[in-house]
Design a protein around this ligand. Structure first.
Ligand code: ZN
Ligand code: ZN
Length: 241
């Protein structure tokens, strides 16, 4: 660690964490992240005061999720809100893990859902899904999305895990269990150490997604002419009948 590099925010020595192109000391980096989470919750129109919120995540996101819970509680101290958790098992296919998560969320009465997904996760998922947008959950990409009458908010959608290094309790590991996905994620991390790529993923993804519809049940991306449900939901629903 270089101890003589000055933090661009406070001017103290010991800057070592690159956040949005600024080299910060661990203390300032923590404040920056907290500030970002507060700003994102505001941008998403989330009012925590007195609310009931679900924190929903697959097991491989446990560590980040607990950390995000701590940040949210810090953002809104004395706000008297309830966070309950929905956790699903890991699996070998990221899409079925996300789908299980959405279906679990759907069964819950709460309408506001917090997701822990980070910018590197979304970036890897974008690459992962690029050859088959259909039946993917790119519909979740970004700060806020609506699925099955729930509002889903990802306060860390523009923060890659590598920008959380100022919080030493985090190990910074993300292993989904989907080999292809994990390989892409590793490649992104090793190739783009300056984090900038995670902030520049194109808003054009929203324009592309605008050409598609959403599955009425699980929110998966579907072609506008392919009916109301994605493949998996159509199959399940026809079996139930
Ligand atoms: Zn500083
Ligand atoms: Zn579906």
């Amino acid at each position: 660690m270089e101890m003589d590099v000055k933090c661009v925010s406070c001017g103290e020595n010991g800057a070592e964490i690159l956040i949005s192109g600024k080299l910060l000391c661990p203390r300032c980096s923590r404040q920056e992240i907290l500030h970002r989470v507060r700003k994102n919750l505001g941008k998403a129109g989330v009012n925590l005061r007195g609310s009931q919120v679900i924190l929903a995540y697959p097991k491989f996101y446990s560590e980040i999720s607990q950390f995000l819970k701590y940040l949210i509680e810090k953002v809104c101290q004395n706000c008297n809100f309830m966070i309950s958790e929905v956790i699903v098992e890991n699996g070998r296919e990221i899409n079925s893990v996300i789908r299980n998560l959405i279906l679990e969320i759907e069964r819950r009465p709460e309408s506001l859902v917090i997701l822990p997904f980070t910018a590197d996760f979304y970036g890897a998922y974008l690459v992962y899904s690029s050859s088959s947008l259909e039946n993917s959950y790119l519909s979740l990409y970004g700060l806020k999305s609506e699925v099955a009458h729930k509002t889903l908010v990802s306060p860390l959608y523009d923060t890659p895990i590598t920008e959380l290094r100022g919080f030493q309790e985090l190990t910074g590991e993300l292993k989904t269990g989907d080999e292809v996905f994990d390989t892409i994620l590793e490649w992104l991390h090793s190739s783009f150490g300056d984090n900038e790529v995670f902030h520049t993923f194109p808003p054009s993804i929203l324009a592309i997604l605008g050409k598609f519809s959403r599955c009425r049940r699980c929110g998966a991306v579907i072609r506008p002419d392919s009916g109301e449900y994605c493949k998996a939901c159509s199959t399940e629903l026809s079996l139930e009948r």
